[in-house]
Write a protein that binds this ligand. Structure first.
Ligand code: NAP
Length: 364
């Protein structure tokens, strides 16, 4: 255990840890428990900074990168596709493509991308085909290890929406059509495994049932938000993940950085995500602030770094296969990787549960 207000690390230096590898779903991919998020590269981080992160991550045993055609964030026409390009440049420069598990995503329907596929991206045959061809070119590779659907091509509650309003007339791409395209991509050797993101239990079970009926490849993973600020995955999807061996890849494990405590009491550190984009409301507001304050206080009373406590909680959940960490500095990266091997003592876990009883899902 680290001493008061110390961070977990090792005697050899930050980030040199024994990395854990897990099978992704029922696929033949063995991924590191720490997946490196990339969505700041090309916006908050330069290519040189991304290369430094990638080199360090590889040296620390991370073999798993998560990106998306729409990255970096905040997305805009001028930077569209830049993150995939940076990864492609690094793979071309450093080699080791076969040692690297590259996950990317096809964008679902949204009106926020006027520059993408006539401004109406969908998960139908034409759009997925166009999306993957462009991703392969940017990534400078001829296959994607894990191809994910960024969000469903149907309405419903994702990205903080509460409740459920069903629209029987909604314009949706049938899951059957999407899975048939993915089937062709897998058969063509362009994709090794498929996954969904921001998906709910019904969608996951539907994909799995179709695969079991021989209608396409089996989902290997679900990439959903999971953190101390949003444990909604536990109520329905965790059971699906475990029983169906469909791996949870937990994104935003620090609630966009809020769980570090750096935004408490109105602080807005220069250059930090929510200082740059204050309209990014998902992890802000009175309920989020109260929950973060309670978790940060618990960490400090327990002699832990708040970010590492939050990450260690996610890493240690039995239904989490990998946590996708995000970093904009090398210090973040080293601290966050080290959190993967931090064991939270029973009193800290009990404290977390007590806070969760009061501040349940402040940021769905
Ligand atoms: N599928 C999806 O819809 C979806 C959505 C979101 C993310 N993702 C994936 O998940 C990855 C991680 O998401 P995320 O970036 O939101 O994760 P996060 O862990 O919640 O937040 C990471 C951010 O927090 C700050 N931070 C990280 N470690 C810190 C530390 N030790 N001390 C202080 N600040 C620290 C950094 O931002 P600042 O320096 O700006 O503060 C960093 O970029 C993304 O790169 C992406 O691959 C997927």
């Amino acid at each position: 255990m680290p001493g008061p207000n110390q961070r977990a690390g090792t005697s050899q230096g930050w980030g040199i840890i024994e990395m854990d590898y897990r099978r992704l779903g029922r696929s033949d991919l063995n991924v590191s428990a720490v997946c490196l998020g990339t969505m700041t590269w090309g916006e908050q981080n330069t290519e040189a900074e991304a290369f430094e992160q990638l080199d360090h991550a590889r040296a620390a045993g991370i073999n798993f990168l998560d990106t998306a055609e729409m990255y970096p964030v905040a997305p805009r026409a001028e930077t569209f596709g830049r993150t995939e390009e940076i990864i492609g440049n690094w793979l071309a420069d450093r080699g080791g493509r076969d040692k690297t598990i590259v996950a990317t995503k096809a964008t679902g329907p949204s009106t926020r991308f006027p520059y993408m596929r006539d401004g109406k991206p969908r998960l139908n045959r034409a759009h997925i085909t166009a999306a993957i061809e462009a991703s392969l070119k940017r990534l400078r590779t001829d296959y994607i290890d894990l191809y994910q659907l960024h969000w469903p091509d149907r309405g419903g509650n994702a990205f903080g929406a509460l409740g459920y309003a069903h629209d029987p007339r909604a314009d949706e791409t049938p899951i059957e059509e999407t899975l048939a395209v993915l089937d062709d991509l897998v058969r063509a050797g362009m994709v090794r495994a498929i996954g969904v993101s921001n998906e709910r239990p019904w969608g996951v079970m539907r994909f799995l049932a179709l695969a079991d009926a021989g209608r396409g490849p089996r989902l290997a993973s679900i990439q959903n938000p999971y953190s101390l600020l949003n444990r909604s995955f536990e109520t329905g999807s965790a059971e699906v993940a475990v029983r169906e061996e469909c791996s949870l890849l937990a994104y935003a494990p620090l609630g966009a950085g809020t769980l570090t405590g750096k935004y408490l009491n109105g602080r807005r550190p220069p250059g930090a995500r929510l200082s740059l984009w204050p309209d990014n409301r998902r992890y802000q507001g009175a309920q989020a602030e109260a929950a973060v304050a309670a978790y940060v206080a618990l960490a400090r009373q327990s002699g832990l770094d708040p970010a590492q406590m939050a990450l260690a909680f996610v890493f240690s959940r039995p239904f989490v296969t990998a946590a996708i960490i995000g970093a904009t500095t090398m210090d973040h990266l080293r601290d966050n990787i080290a959190a993967a091997t931090l064991t939270l003592p029973p009193d800290v876990l009990a404290g977390i549960e007590s806070i969760h009883q009061i501040h349940t899902y402040p940021c769905p």
